[in-house]
Design a binder for this molecule. Structure first.
Ligand code: 4AD
Ligand code: MG
Length: 461
């Protein structure tokens, strides 16, 4: 017999038919003559109840089952007389596939702290929270591809190992095969000519520069892959390894880009509400009882658009005591972003036209010579969820910006070439996948929305 997924049993099972189900025991309760076992196979948040009565040859084994054991059960699907479930399975045969020592199995019926669960990341996918989180990540990844595919964007795979620093922020992990205890040297400096790539190489912080190459040939492209940042920021919103979605669009300026960002976020929120109602109810109940209402609100309301200069003005007039005082030219901190989107405007805000001094070299210079065509999308609870810009397509202006930023024109000659041969206005952004999962679920710490978080001093599993 073919294994049925518990999800399919609840959505399309027929009482009276035989089924084969396999999964892990959540709880077991034995009364005089019957054993009730709740099992999960991760296909849905709902457990399936297995009923084994005394006359069943497997009853003794069933009565000894503990949390975490794996079982294979064949039996008849029947309407459940009990509360809270539509069906249960009257077991005919029950096989224990793997035992689980109750003395050492770390998951109990009670709620465990997120910190404890991070230490057992190999078992936490069995909890309701991590099952729901994994299904929501999966559904959102699908929605990301379907959004761009339906709009005729090409999915581009950009390199993970690179010699360029796309953000110019210098927070990159170096990739080397040199012996760190005894590297080859030219005088006092390490000789990277002997390194694997013949020069210093790094893990990418963004696929943007390579995505631009393809946008300037295929017009509408996107990437979706892992990116790496060696910032020593131990916050609830930063990971050293995270996933980013980066659309890049030719013949597009900042206005077109803000529209794409708004449509994209609305699509993701709508998709998750539509496809993961049970898991969303779970997060709404246990993590943040406003998250479903917030997502519905996003689908229906237009995002606010303000310039950086207007944002600074609103912050200065707010009367709030911020830890970091606000003056024109500072980078907006999380507290400022959250004030704007949560308190002042109470919906997603797109902030544009930031001072050039706090943004990357590739952003298009405005006529004022002071600000660039940048945009950040801010959402409640998270702050910045998307960062992007129109790109500098004028070769001479870009070359000046690169010189100011101390960048080698030689190393980035290919990036300048794109502006010499058929340059066009183009724009793109990056959406942080984990920040989006955090936003959607209401889970407070970014370490709990990725299967295996990488943060300073932590790369377990
Ligand atoms: O604003 P960022 O740094 O933009 C770029 O990397 C551009 N090259 C994107 C582009 O224009 N194609 O990063 C984009 C987004 C942020 O808005 C945030 O959501 C997420 O990536 N992000 C992080 N998420 C988790 N941990 C970190 N350390 C992150 N740094 C950025
Ligand atoms: Mg940013």
């Amino acid at each position: 017999m073919k294994r049925s997924k518990i999800k399919d049993i609840f959505s399309s099972g027929q009482a009276g038919g035989d089924v084969l189900v396999q999964g892990w025991v959540k709880t077991r309760r034995t009364s005089k003559s019957v054993t009730f076992i709740q099992i999960t196979d991760g296909s849905t948040l709902q457990d399936l109840q297995i009923v084994v009565d005394e006359s069943n040859p497997g009853h003794e084994q069933a009565a000894g089952l503990t949390t975490g054991c794996s079982v294979s059960v064949e039996g008849m699907l029947v309407d459940s007389p009990g509360q809270g479930q539509k069906y249960e399975v009257q077991a005919k045969t029950l096989e224990v596939l793997g035992g689980s020592d109750p003395e050492t199995y770390p998951l109990q019926k009670k709620r465990h702290s997120p910190e404890f669960l991070r230490e057992i990341a190999h078992l936490r996918p069995r909890t309701n929270t991590f099952g729901a989180m994994a299904r929501i990540r999966n559904s959102m990844a699908y929605a990301i591809h379907s959004f761009y595919q339906e709009r005729g964007f090409q999915f581009i795979q950009t390199p993970i190992i690179t010699a360029s620093d796309a953000e110019g922020a210098g927070s990159m992990f170096q990739v080397t095969t040199l012996d760190l205890n005894d590297p080859p040297k030219n005088g006092n400096v390490v000789n990277h000519e002997e390194d694997f790539f013949g020069k210093p190489a790094f893990l990418t912080v963004s696929g943007q520069l390579e995505a631009e190459i393809f946008a300037l040939a295929l017009s509408d492209v996107y990437t979706f892959g892992p990116t790496f940042r060696a910032e020593n920021s131990n916050t609830s919103r930063h990971l050293a390894e995270f996933w980013m979605v980066e659309p890049e669009v030719a013949f597009c300026q900042l206005d077109g880009l803000t529209e794409l960002a708004e449509d994209f976020l609305k699509h993701l929120c709508g998709h998750v509400l539509d496809k993961c109602p049970e898991d969303m109810e779970f997060f709404n109940k246990w993590y943040d009882n406003t998250t479903i209402a917030t997502l519905k609100g996003i689908a229906n309301a237009d995002f606010e658009r303000i310039t950086y200069t207007e944002a600074v003005d609103l912050l200065q007039k707010s009367g709030e005591k911020f830890e970091f005082p606000v003056t024109w030219g500072i980078d907006l901190q999380s507290e400022h972003e959250r004030y704007l989107t949560e308190t002042k405007i109470q919906k997603p805000v797109i902030v544009t036209d930031y001072p050039k001094g706090i943004k990357a070299f590739y952003m298009r210079m405005n006529d004022d010579g002071e600000t660039v065509r940048a945009m950040d999308v801010l959402v409640p609870r998270i702050g910045e969820i998307i960062g992007g810009s129109q790109r500098e397509e004028r070769r001479d202006v870009l070359a000046t910006r690169m010189t100011e930023a101390g960048m080698s024109h030689d190393a980035y000659s290919w990036y300048l070439d794109l502006r010499s041969y058929g340059t066009v206005p183009h724009a793109g952004f990056g959406l942080g996948f984990e920040r989006t999962v955090q936003f959607v679920t209401g889970v407070p710490n970014i370490r709990d929305v990725i299967p295996f978080p990488r943060t300073p001093k932590n790369a377990e599993f």
